[in-house]
Design a protein around this ligand. Structure first.
Ligand code: G6P
Length: 595
């Protein structure tokens, strides 16, 4: 959700910044901009649209210090004027986050004679800097940040300072060093090819980078120290490696994501950490799982199998809802925060709230140095590798694997080693599901439908939700995921010959029940298709289906890892058939760091 970058001490700042913005583009692609400092003058270029729209203008700039931004619009529509950097009175600023008190600050500054040129909340920052600057940059930065409410990661350029300033409050910023050069960026992969060592700024810290040196202070101006360490291997950026899109590349990486997640769980001794935490509390009374988007769907799948395996109440909730309601989470609660990025504002704040309520907070995340890991009592790594496509695929499968291991650890006995063995088997089942060739006809059917509804019962319901989300986000074909039994309570009103319903069946016991829901669709003139585990769907259902795809059957709690794959592939192919960009769907961003 907005990517920011800064550099100093480099040969050509604009070249570095442009390349960095390409790596950060998954965070938002409404507009992009760069400002550089050359001979005590700031020059900025900014453009609505994707980063490549900036290429020509960026090539005209050089300078040895600069800042850059790629935007996901919150305040002010995507336009050239609302693009960052915002430049005023010898300062230029890029911002990730939301300045909640911007309206009152703007009013105050306008009354003092400042002229604004955008509708953004962010522009107030550059005006505050110019207001407070009396020849001392540090004083101006401190005075400005103390006026801000909300969430902000900033990179600042000042025409009288050969370098940049980075500020962190609630949104991420990482600083890096390589030779004489210093950098800052919203995430590690953008720095991976540039910096040799990195340090993650903590909330309320400011970095001043100039002349090959970097110093830190807090918002009171007191010096702080930060330790640099080598760029972690997990932060390596990703490349397409011959695939046409990251989405299909990342689906192909699912077997490796599951395998590496299982290894990480054992390497990091997660079993002992979890069982010790449970023992200390005399066992957890209840389990609460939170996440957003796809991470919420893996949390929901885990809630189903947690109750099944452990027999304790387990519930999944979207993090944005959990935050703002009175919850019963307490000292006996295991709170599991699931997030690919570990940065999603709602999930991070939900984890903070659960911790304050006394719960034991477990973070299940793909990013080991994320904000979520800083809050959690313990971390269970997902090792899906860098995920670039905005729509999550391999991270979902990694999350379900990690969550199954968490629950097996809580159960103990022979369940844990058996789960490890089952997960080893899953890798080849995933590979078989990826190579299925029935997807093309399915995608053509979805592309020509006015709506696609996914239905399932039990563990298939969270997968139906995820299948529907995937299709909507990358192809824009409308639809919904529904519990199969709920269809007749409303959604059936939407069924006609233009709609397609995809029934998910991976549990033989529930096959006949879901088949009855499909009969109701046929009776209303609707079309239906089936995605099932082999041997689980009634033969008569498959004979009548517009298409059916079979995946290898496996243990119920792990079935979402395999059964989601055809749905991801269908979404991908539907997007391609309809001429959409599956990696960067309209209006979305991969990392949602604002509320
Ligand atoms: C955004 C992305 C989704 C993702 C969700 C949660 O909405 O577009 O793909 O599932 O954020 O992200 P997280 O990093 O917390 O898993």
């Amino acid at each position: 959700m907005c990517g920011i970058i800064g550099c100093t001490g480099v040969k050509c700042a604009s070249e570095i910044l442009y390349k960095g913005l390409e790596d950060l583009e998954y965070r938002g692609y409404d507009s992009a901009g760069i400002a550089v400092l050359e001979g005590g003058r700031i020059t900025a270029v900014k453009k609505k649209g994707r980063v490549y729209a900036l290429k020509r203008a960026a090539e005209q700039l050089c300078g040895t210090s600069g800042i850059g931004h790629t935007r996901w619009a919150t305040h002010g529509r995507p336009s050239d004027e609302n693009a960052h950097p915002h430049t005023y009175g010898g300062f230029s600023v890029v911002h990730n986050g939301i300045i909640e008190n911007y309206a009152e600050l703007k009013e105050e500054l306008i009354a003092e004679g400042h002229t604004f040129s955008s509708q953004t909340d962010s522009e107030v920052v550059v005006h505050l800097l110019s207001k407070y600057y009396r020849g001392d940059l540090k004083e101006a930065v401190l005075a400005a940040v103390r006026r801000l409410k909300g969430a902000f990661a900033l990179c600042i350029l000042c025409s009288r300072y050969e370098g940049f300033v980075a500020v962190k409050y609630r949104n991420p910023i990482i600083v890096g060093a390589g030779g004489e050069a210093l950098y800052a960026a919203s995430d590690m992969p953008a720095l991976a090819g540039l910096a040799e060592s990195v340090a993650v700024l903590r909330d309320g810290q400011i970095a001043f980078a100039s002349d090959g040196k970097i110093s830190f202070c807090n918002f009171s101006g007191e010096p702080e120290s930060l330790t640099f360490s080598p760029v972690p291997a997990a932060a390596r950026g990703a490349r397409l490696c011959g695939f046409p899109h990251y989405m299909i590349k990342e689906i192909n990486e699912i077997p490796a994501a599951v395998k590496n997640t299982v290894h990480a769980f054992t390497d990091d001794k997660c079993f002992s950490v979890i069982s010790r935490a449970a023992k200390k509390r005399g066992g957890f009374k209840d389990i609460l799982l939170c996440g957003c988007g796809t991470a919420y769907h893996s949390a929901l799948a885990a809630a189903y199998f947690a109750e099944d395996i452990l027999g304790v109440p387990a519930r999944a909730e979207t993090a944005g809802e959990f935050r703002y309601r009175k919850s019963a989470a307490g000292a006996g609660t295991l709170f599991v925060a699931v997030s690919q990025s570990g940065e999603t504002a709602d999930t991070v704040e939900a984890a903070r709230a659960a911790k304050e309520a006394g719960a034991f907070v477990l973070a299940v995340t793909n990013v080991p140095y994320s904000a979520l890991t800083g809050i959690a009592d313990a971390v269970v790594p997902v090792r899906a590798g860098t995920e670039v496509c905005v729509a999550a695929t391999k991270s979902y499968c990694g999350q379900v694997a990690a969550l199954a291991l968490v629950i097996a650890s809580l159960k103990g006995g022979s369940v844990y080693p058996r789960m490890i063995e089952e997960l080893k088997d899953i890798e080849s089942k995933c590979a078989a599901a990826i190579s299925d060739c029935g997807v093309e006809a399915a995608a053509r059917a979805c592309a020509s439908s006015s709506g696609v509804y996914f239905i399932g019962r039990g563990i298939d319901y969270p997968v139906a939700l995820e299948g529907s989300l995937k299709l909507k986000e990358v192809s824009y074909v409308p639809g919904e995921g529904y519990p199969a039994g709920e269809l007749k309570h409303g959604t059936i009103a939407l069924i006609d010959g233009g709609t397609l319903t995809v029934a998910m069946i991976t549990d033989r016991k529930l096959g006949e029940k879901t088949a009855s829901a499909v009969e109701q669709i046929y009776s209303r003139g609707g079309r239906a298709a089936v995605v099932c585990a082999s041997g689980c769907a009634p033969k008569t259902l498959l004979e009548r289906a517009e298409f059916f795809i079979e995946v290898p059957s496996c243990k119920s709690c792990l079935s979402p890892i395999v059964s989601v794959i055809p749905l991801q592939l269908i979404a991908y192919r539907t997007a391609v058939i309809l001429g959409r960009d599956p990696d960067k769907p309209r209006n979305l961003a991969k990392s949602v760091t604002v509320e």
